[in-house]
Design a protein around this ligand. Structure first.
Ligand code: FE2
Length: 386
């Protein structure tokens, strides 16, 4: 998060003695990124955060690649991913490259018996269905339909769901995820032409603190493996922290669309950036208002980026036979565009209710076995006249 946040109790000066009422010390931890050059947070713990008791298991969660090199456009029916009780087991990687994993998940139950920490990647969790609470060692965030939850790498978390009906679209990014630089000034403040501002970004306001000893299982992801590490102190034992590196939430419904007289290009929908892919939000908006505007997008070649669209809600003007929960994959190197008849149908329309999340990756995506289980193999022919 590119701005400062403080929660709980912290001493007036960093790296100085900070004592409990009984005279014992609190223990400081610098939680930083990019060596000592990126965003960081200083947190204060009831116990030393280093007390590893046991490393129980180590197992692979690497995606199983079905198509290493892909030139086929696909439609994946995301809601066909079967709900599973456990959060981590419910996560199915459908598309992957060395920078990111694109994941669908339908977890039924809250994380009860363990804590989870991803050290490989930042996680951007989009809530398509479900409500609940993201609980982390740096504070909690309530979530509901339409929320993006940004969990920076290394944050220890649990997800509590209110019901069993949950659908998540997750991007795991080995590159740090930021808001677009062009919308920030030299000081990091969001500028007037940004489609969202600081008031739209929700920071943790509630801190859960437990001073407990025992056996606490943290499932830690590193290099595509999960390590079951048992700690001697409760992972949520932070009494306070300050800094820039913490989880936050942003609702897609708070994204203010940028519109124009003629068709605006996808970058106006950009919400997050990395140096390996972008994330865009397509939200309900007025169409172009030039008297002879064509509201549907033009055919376009992402000659050097794969395009993934996750359809959330509304009517998808440029596509036939697309429903909520579907993913389209349009690979780099070949053009795609409106389906037959949809460009003509768009003429004269004044607004769209579409809601979708787009991920454009600069490196090609590999298609996994889990993706092929929910794939429409004929989608690539859907631009033919019938
Ligand atoms: Fe496109």
């Amino acid at each position: 998060m590119p701005f400062y946040h403080k929660l709980g109790k912290i001493p007036p000066k960093r790296h100085t003695q900070f004592k409990k009422p009984n005279g014992d010390f609190y223990y400081e931890q610098l939680f930083g990124t990019i060596g000592f050059d990126g965003m960081s947070t200083n947190s204060y713990h009831e116990q030393r955060p280093t007390q590893v008791k046991e490393i129980k298991n180590q197992y692979s969660v690497a995606p199983k690649i079905a198509k290493e090199n892909n030139m086929q456009s696909y439609r994946f029916k995301g809601f066909q991913v079967k709900p599973e009780n456990d959060y981590l087991e419910s996560r199915k990687i459908v598309l992957t490259n060395s920078d990111c994993n694109i994941i669908l998940a339908a977890p039924k139950q809250s994380t009860e018996d363990y804590f989870y920490k991803n050290t490989d990647a930042d996680e951007l969790i989009f809530i398509h269905k479900g409500t609940g609470k993201l609980r982390t060692h740096l504070g909690n965030l309530d979530f509901k339909y339409g929320d993006y939850l940004l969990v920076p790498r290394g944050v220890i978390y649990k997800l509590d769901f209110d019901t069993e009906d949950n659908r998540l679209f997750i991007v795991e990014s080995r590159r740090p995820i930021y808001t677009p630089k062009r919308y920030r000034n030299y000081f990091g403040q969001l500028l007037e032409h940004s489609p969202f501002c600081e008031r739209d970004l929700r920071q943790p306001q509630e801190l859960e603190t437990y001073n407990e000893s025992g056996d606490f299982l943290i499932k830690i992801k590193k290099q595509d493996e999960i390590f079951d590490m048992v700690y001697a102190s409760h992972p949520f034992d932070v009494v306070g922290y300050d800094g820039y590196n913490y989880p936050y939430a942003f609702s897609i419904h708070d994204f203010e669309p940028i519109t124009g007289r003629v068709h605006q290009p996808p970058p106006v929908h950009q919400t997050f950036e990395t140096d390996a892919f972008v994330v865009c939000s397509f939200v309900p908006r007025l169409y172009d208002y030039h008297p002879i505007a064509v509201p549907a997008p033009y055919n376009h070649s992402n000659i050097d980026s794969d395009e993934v669209l996750y359809y959330v809600d509304g009517d998808f003007m440029s596509r036939n036979d697309i429903a909520a929960g579907h993913i389209s994959l349009h690979p780099a190197g070949i053009p795609h565009g409106p389906h037959p008849g949809t460009m003509e149908k768009s003429i004269g329309k004044v607004k769209t209710e579409e809601l979708a999340v787009m991920v454009d990756t600069f490196k090609p995506l590999k298609v996994t076995e889990d993706a092929l289980e929910i794939a429409d193999e004929d989608y690539f022919k859907s631009w033919l006249d019938h």
